[in-house]
Each structure stands twice: as C-alpha cells, then as structure tokens.
Design a protein around this ligand. Sequence first.
Ligand code: SF4
Length: 455
Amino acid sequence: MEPEFLDEFLANHSLPAEVEIERIRREWLALRPPYDLTARHLPLPIWARRPFTESGTEAWHHLTHEVPALDPVLPLCIYVHIPFCADRCEFCDCYSFRLLSHQQAHIEQYVDLLGQEIQLWSRLGTLSQRPVSTVHFGGGTPTCLGPEPFARLVQLLRNHFAAGSTTEWALESTVSELSPEMMACLDGLGFSRLHVGVQSLEDPVRSIIRRRAPARVVLERIREAVERGWIVSVDLIYGLPGQTLSGLLEDIRSLVTIGVDGFSLYELQVSDRNRRFIQRHRLEERDRRHNYLWAQVAAHYLLALGYRKTLFNHFAGVQDTNLYFTFPERGEDCLALGTIADGVFGDYHYQHVEYAAYSRQVPTGVPGLGGGLRRNAVENRMQPLVTALMAGRVPRRLVADPIIHPLSQRWQETQLLIPDPSNGDLLLTGSGSWFVGHMISELMHHVEALEQETG
Ligand code: SF4
C-alpha cells in the first residue's frame, strides 16, 4: 500500500501512546494484491457461499435421523433469535422489525411458536439430555419480549433441555430496553452475560443513528449491570456518519473504565436493509482505507489495554468467555431456534425461514426450516483451519499440509498472519482480521481447484 496515505493519516490523528504505530505501518506496507482493502467482505456462512442442496422439509428429515445418532454427552450450544425491536434503526443490517400493532399478541404468538419448535427438537433422541454450554438470545432485541413472555420462554427451554448450573445464559440488548424491571427479571432467570449494542458514545453520532439514550445514560446502565456481577461486552461500529477516531478511542476508554469485559468491533456494513441510510449519508463513496486504519488503531489499543483477540473482531477480558461465538472451536453443535436462525449438527448446516413463513409453518408440526446442506469433503477437511482463522490463532500443524503451504506463505508475507514468538503458532494480525473473509474464500477456491486438477 502507498506509504503517503498512511503518513497523511498519522499526521492528521494524534494516537494514544499505547498504539503500536510501527506494527500498523508494517502491516500496511506489506499489503498487496489480491488483498484489496476496498473489496473486503466478512466471513460468509456456508449457505451464503453456495446454495442449500436440500429443502427445509428434506433438511428436517435428515436431522430427525442424524441428531439422535450423535454423541449424547457432547455439549450443545443453543441460539434463539428474537426478531423484534422497539424501533427499526435505519443503519442496521440485522434481520429485525418493529411491531406496529398488536405487539403483545405478536409477542405471545412468537413465544408459542418457539415453544412448539422447542418441543419438536427435544423429541429427537437424547438431544434433550445433552449438556448445554450456553443459551444465547440474539436479534433484534430479545428484551423486547418483556419480562413475562421472556420468563416463559426461558422456562420452556429449561423444561426441555439439560441446562445446568454451568450453563451460561446470555443475551443481546440495547440500553433503552434494559429497564430495572427487565434487569431484575434477567437476574432472577440466571442470566450472567449481556452484550450491549452501544455502536457509538458520541452524542451527535447517536442522534444521527437515532439512539434514544444519551451516552451518559448508556454508561450508567452498563455500570449498573457490571456492578450486579454480569459479564458485559459491547458492539462498537466504525464508519458511522459524523464519527471521529478520537471519539471511538474515547468510547473504548470510557467503557474500559466502567468494567466492560469484551468489545466487538464492526465496520458499518452495506446491505439492502440499510441502503437508504447509506445513500442519504453518501457512505457508498467512503474511502474504506480509513475504516481499515480505524479498525487497526482500535484493535491495537484494546490489545495494549490487556484484551485478547478471541474472534477476528472480538476482544475479551479475563471473564469474557463469549461461549456462543466460540462454539465451533469447542466442536459443539448449535441448536438454532426461531426465524432465520442458523444452526449446525455435525457437518450438517440448516437455516430457518423468515418470520411470515415461520408463523405459517411451525403450527403444522415442522420447525420452519428454509433449507440445509452438508459440508463437502474439502469443507470438512478445511474446517479446523477455518475455525482457527476465525478465532485469530492458527496452530502450526494446520498449515503443515503441503496443499496449504503456498497460501500460508502468502498470508505471512503480507502480514495477515505472523508467528507467535511464545510457541510458534500463527496469529491473525489486524490486517488478517480485516481480510479473514477473503482468506477463507481464497482457501476454499485454492483447495477445490487443486482437488479438481488432481481428480
Ligand atoms: S441496531 Fe439493534 S435495536 Fe436497532 S434495529 Fe438493529 S437490532 Fe434493532
């Protein structure tokens, strides 16, 4: 990459002393094609890389035969998707919507549907007896259900699956939904991990993205959760209109000071769900080289403050186990419940349909799946390396295969991976985090092409 751009960036920003500028410079100067900062994409789920090979009905048929045959003592991760939000934020690309009318009836109906789906899965062999590592509620805003329906849903899960004293109960939310009543309810239900969509603490930016609570209130609520003994992690987005790098670093400082234990850093994504916002703020014209450098600076800052990279975009303190996001590393299956949720058993992946179809299908006695597919031979062979890249640390043995060697060489030459001096493993750098989606796609194409050549 051209040094002048970086020099100008450094001249225009005063960075905290903890940020290792030389490290950022080394990674910047090492970048070369095919790694194009402006063409970055996030890691894709398997069903986004290639279409489902089976319909939802066929997928359920497979799962009803295969799940009972799986090891009954293997821990299980459970994910529940709640698609509702109090308001639909225009910048957001998540699958969620605001209920315009009959809110309570829709909420009760959705919990009923989830209850029916829970029953269907719990009848599959020994699934209901497998130890549950974590139950994670994502969305949307799961707390939108309100205390009573939420408690009913948790009880349904407890009644049908083997959640025990070591199960981590975790959820995603926003500060405006964390009323004292809801927090007391979650405490009583045994929740201990909260992931808050903070996005930015710069008040002018919060007003552009129409966040109702000012930064002062966000910090107060998060402090209260930390004081209750919760493990709290946050989402921060970079690339928002009006945002500044010094503001982003100040956000990190403030959140560290009140005891936040984990940070997920996201670049603002462009999709059909937020296209109007992107167009209004002319973000399609943005120079993503700035976003890359912001990500680098924020990541280096978090590492210098003692956080570890436990996922390509997540930085964890000592307590933050982040069990849902790391289930593939532990070789667990993921039972996903609810509209659009995607899960995996062994090497079989499945996804649910959207809300309207889910509401129609579940009452007919099926779990509302949209399709499924099995990892092919190459995907299975590469799965440990893909998981390690996502986790940010690659054991040497995973790149010892001669087939992988040319790619591993290139990743090291371009500083996407660097050796860990303590044990010789390879670490995903800031550049590697930016390009991890690209690296995984590259790996698959490379291995598939070689296998075709050799028949
Ligand atoms: S940012 Fe959070 S609250 Fe806003 S629409 Fe997206 S999921 Fe809902």
